[in-house]
Design a protein around this ligand. Structure first.
Ligand code: XIL
Length: 302
């Protein structure tokens, strides 16, 4: 393949990136986007504070720009994210109990209905598990409405768009040895056993020197796939530079290709200057939009 997407397509996979609506007018940015990627994830535009800034008042202008741009050129959209403990507007922070549960499900219905038929996969719930070894849920306002909040969200999303794949997405779930990974695995196993609709697990995959690509990443991908769900690498970036960085990216690609249900890879931004990470050069293109060694490593590994 002559582009990331074309190379990924050779094995039936896709290759995506996070996109910011306010950069679509940048010709260098849009040029790379249109050439290299066949899946896009709005970086912030679908989050709760962006789509429902006041209770019951939905705002889709910025997310629509990304979705329209993607669909017009035949790319697909990962919806990110319906429910997350971060990025909550003030009105929602003031709710609890039954009122919060109702508002939460109303949000899921409102957003998924607006994008019905246009979003390929939804990150229905993002980052609901605690770090560390407890294997517990993260303390959040949603969690305080009851342990069943995640399955309620998935059932509501399925009802609003039966054609969209529904994912659970998290970070620090890349190593199988990590207690958090196994806790998420147990939840997905339980959902599958009880018929709670879930189709995919997203592994964010933000890697760097303090958090290298784990040696057992492939085991994690396999173990989730064995539950009958797709796995998606959803927010990949690798701190570093040169060949060391290229090696990290190459290992991620090889691990995905080794698992038939690893459906695709999304990087969290296009150029180093587009990255959310505070410092460094974690992406595939430099600030001028030139291909880095990591880009060539990915393309040739696909
Ligand atoms: C980040 C965005 O990249 C930033 O622009 C924003 O300020 C904060 O959120 N995990 C996620 C993403 O699931 O939504 C986060 O995106 C990065 C970490």
């Amino acid at each position: 393949g002559t582009t990331l997407a074309a190379a990924a397509n050779l094995t039936g996979r896709w290759f995506g990136t996070a996109v910011a609506a306010n950069k679509l007018a940048d010709p260098v940015y849009a040029g790379i986007l249109n050439r290299e990627f066949d899946v896009v994830t709005p970086e912030n535009e679908m989050k709760l504070d962006a789509t429902e800034p006041r209770q019951g008042e939905f705002h889709f202008t910025n997310a629509d720009r990304i979705v329209d741009h993607a669909l017009a050129r035949g790319a697909r959209v990962r919806g990110h994210t319906l429910l997350w403990h971060a990025g909550l507007p003030g009105w929602l922070q003031g709710l609890s109990g039954a009122a919060l549960r109702q508002a939460m499900l109303n949000h899921v219905t409102g957003v998924v209905t607006h994008y019905r038929g246009r979003v390929h996969s939804w990150d229905v719930v993002n980052e609901a598990f605690a770090d560390g070894t407890s294997g517990r849920r993260r303390d959040s306002s949603f969690q305080r409405t009851g342990d069943d909040w995640i399955e309620a969200a998935f059932r509501t999303a399925r009802a609003a768009d039966p054609g969209a794949k529904l994912c659970y997405n998290d970070y620090n779930t890349e190593s199988w040895a990590h207690a958090k990974t196994q806790a998420v695995h147990r939840m997905v196993q339980d959902f599958r056993a009880r018929g709670v609709p879930i189709d995919c697990v997203g592994l964010q995959s933000h890697f760097g020197s303090g958090n290298p690509v784990p040696a057992d990443f492939r085991t994690t991908l396999r173990n989730f796939a064995d539950l009958g769900v797709d796995v998606q690498i959803t927010e990949l970036d690798v701190e570093g530079s040169g060949q060391a960085q290229a090696d990290g990216y190459r290992r991620v690609v090889r691990d995905c290709l080794a698992v038939p249900r690893c459906a695709g890879i999304t990087v969290w931004g296009i150029r180093d200057t587009d990255s959310w990470r505070a410092s460094g050069t974690p992406l595939l293109f430099d600030g001028r939009g030139e291909e880095k060694p990591a880009y060539h490593a990915v393309r040739s590994a696909l």
